[in-house]
Design a protein around this ligand. Structure first.
Ligand SMILES: [Zn+2]
Length: 247
């Protein structure tokens, strides 16, 4: 008989056998023994995030070298392949931040659109680039509100700040066309190159981020919503960079 009260990992859905990964910013970090994903305990909620960002009122500035960043974004987008990134193809950046990927896609002749759940980022991007290319909205709300479907998408360090990762990926599945692809870049919470003491890793900074997926966890989460990893790019850094295809 299965125990209905048995806790499941929110990422891989296997029985959750937590492994302590230390503490950061007064928050406990646990990893799932089955998939290796690291997360805060409890996971940060949307209400907590809203309250946190309201309290700090972030002032956004350009990165030190925006031109360089736009070139890097162009290279990332081109990893989606010639067909997906041909002129006129529609691409959505689901964590548009300062707007660099949108600017890059625009330079490639694509039809870009950038959404971000942070109002301060959208405001900044709209001041620097054509404002109609950006919207302050979450993936879930956008999937509900818009009938638009995209040929491809880009998500950079978006998963690590999702209080409801399943709802996020379900939203992605609704805005990317069947057969469409996404370029995803995320920290790898189970990387062989991570500091021995996970909590010492400078990247870890709850509540700004609080979910550090393993590749195994990422694969399981995506698969539940019809995405498969098509191509993984090697990197020495504790990151994962890959193309996912929407079945
Ligand atoms: Zn797991």
């Amino acid at each position: 008989m299965s125990d209905d009260n048995e806790q499941k990992c929110i990422i891989c859905r296997q029985t959750f056998h937590p492994y302590p990964m230390g503490e950061k910013n007064g928050t406990i970090l646990l990893s799932c023994k089955a998939c290796g994903t690291v997360m805060t305990e409890p996971l940060v909620t949307k209400d907590e995030l809203d309250a946190y960002f309201a309290s700090i009122d972030p002032q956004i500035t350009h990165v030190p070298d925006p031109a360089r960043e736009i070139v890097d974004m162009k290279n990332r987008i081109m990893r989606l392949g010639k067909d997906a990134t041909a002129k006129g193809k529609r691409i959505i950046d689901v964590a548009a931040r300062q707007g660099y990927a949108i600017k890059a896609a625009h330079l490639l002749g694509m039809k870009p659109y950038g959404i971000d759940s942070h109002e301060f980022f959208t405001r900044f991007a709209q001041e620097k680039y054509p404002p109609e290319l950006f919207q302050n909205i979450s993936v879930m709300e956008y999937a509900d509100a818009s009938p638009e479907k995209y040929d491809c998408g880009i998500a950079i360090e978006a998963f690590c700040e999702q209080p409801d990762p399943d709802a996020f990926v379900a939203g992605l599945a609704r805005i990317i066309k069947p057969g469409g692809t996404m370029y995803i870049e995320e920290v790898d919470g189970n990387n062989f190159n991570l500091p021995r003491n996970f909590a010492n890793w400078s990247y870890v900074d709850p509540p700004l981020n609080f979910l550090y997926l393993s590749k195994k966890g990422m694969e399981a989460l995506l698969a539940r919503h019809g995405f498969a990893i098509q191509k993984m790019f090697f990197t020495w850094r504790p990151m994962m960079r890959f193309i996912a295809v929407r079945r």
